[in-house]
Design a protein around this ligand. Structure first.
Ligand code: ZN
Length: 81
């Protein structure tokens, strides 16, 4: 999902919603439920938000997406360990 661009699936990061409907970066892949996979790139996140891809991927309405905070978190990841 996200930008729809292809690329190494191993390079994607997982976003998931917590119990309060906040979308978080699930760096440790510990959050349950559905996940949305994005490139670790704020532009990819922005595109997903604009396309309303997150509520669709996570099957949740009314999700709170803090684009700035998430964008920072994505930038910080950059690579997988
Ligand atoms: Zn992307």
């Amino acid at each position: 999902m996200g930008c729809g661009g292809k690329g190494d699936p191993g390079a994607l990061v997982r976003l998931a919603a917590d119990g309060g409907g906040r979308v978080l970066l699930d760096a440790g892949r510990r959050l349950g439920g559905r996940g949305a996979w994005l490139h670790p790139d704020p532009a990819c996140l922005a595109r997903a938000v604009r396309r309303r891809a997150l509520p669709r991927a996570l099957r949740r309405e009314g999700l709170a997406v803090d684009e700035r905070e998430l964008g920072r978190a994505l930038t910080g990841i950059g690579r997988r360990d």
